[in-house]
Design a binder for this molecule. Sequence first.
Ligand code: PMP
Length: 357
Amino acid sequence: MNKVFNFCAGPAMLPPAVLQRAQSEMIDWQGLGVSVMEVSHRDKPFMAVAAKAEADLRELMAIPDNYKVLFLAGGGRSQFTAVPLNLLKEGEQADYLITGQWSKAAFEEAKRFRDVAIAAEIDMSTKPIALPVDIKVRAGAKYLHYCPNETVDGIEMFEEPAVDVPLVADMSSCILSRRIDVSKYGLIYAGAQKNIGPSGLAVVIVRSDLLRDDMQVPCIWDYAQQAQQGSMVNTPPTYAWYLAGLVFEWLKEVGGVAAMEAHNAAKAELLYGAIDSLPLYQNLVDASCRSRMNVVWQLKDESLNEAFLAEAEALGLLALKGHRFVGGMRASMYNAMPLAGTQALVAFMQDFAARHG
Ligand code: PMP
């Protein structure tokens, strides 16, 4: 197989070591003569996988004991609905900070079911694009929802918003990429397909006192019920859960979240450095909130876009096209992306600029 570097935003590349291990265990898992996909979620072998995955995630993120960890079906967007339904009764309020496409989508979905308002909204027309400063939370708000890393816009918030209500964070594209203090949050959720495993799985980390058992929520997304039943109200996505567990084991082997933070910072610095130093390219996000996971940029001469993408692909640099909503280019560099991938991308960008500058 030719060497490729896959910069897809998600589903994204997984660590090759994890894929190799999954492959080696596929047909005969733990000597049982069947694959992990074919055993009952309630039998001991899978229960051990589930418990180990949770324990490893707790260790990696230093999750305090007063938080529940749930592994649910439905991916990131399922939580756009589950969060307001679990945390708000009809008539109760919550506020949303809008910093890009995904926090906006979370707000729009919550609005269909509950009384939610915008606490502040980013202004994408002023350049460089900077985070809003004046966050206004209503007196009765039960939580503030925000998205620390906007996957489409390439905007990352490195500090938590300073507010007095519980923070709910969509960490789909930054979970496990840098150290965070979980105790600052009421609830964290993430779709798995970037830094955790395959798509369709969502991880929810919720402070126990926020769980209410008198809420009207579809049972498979009812946090209180799922917490009571070990995320097994329904048959969970067992293969995705198993793969997430392998990713957590890999993360521990390579030095945990602190090591990933340094690794990710180094890749981002290298790529932003190239964008800023080569006149062919531009990034319009303020340096204080440039995403380390999803680096976006434009070719100032957009007529070169197709040639750029075609030449990159021919070199094995895959999936660099920006999201269809914003255009331009995007390189997603989650934990599994090696430094060599970023180096190969930068070398190509320099060469392309030299030929087209
Ligand atoms: N939130 C963020 C920040 C995302 O990047 C994504 C997917 N790219 C989602 C939510 C939606 O996740 P899913 O497609 O799993 O529903």
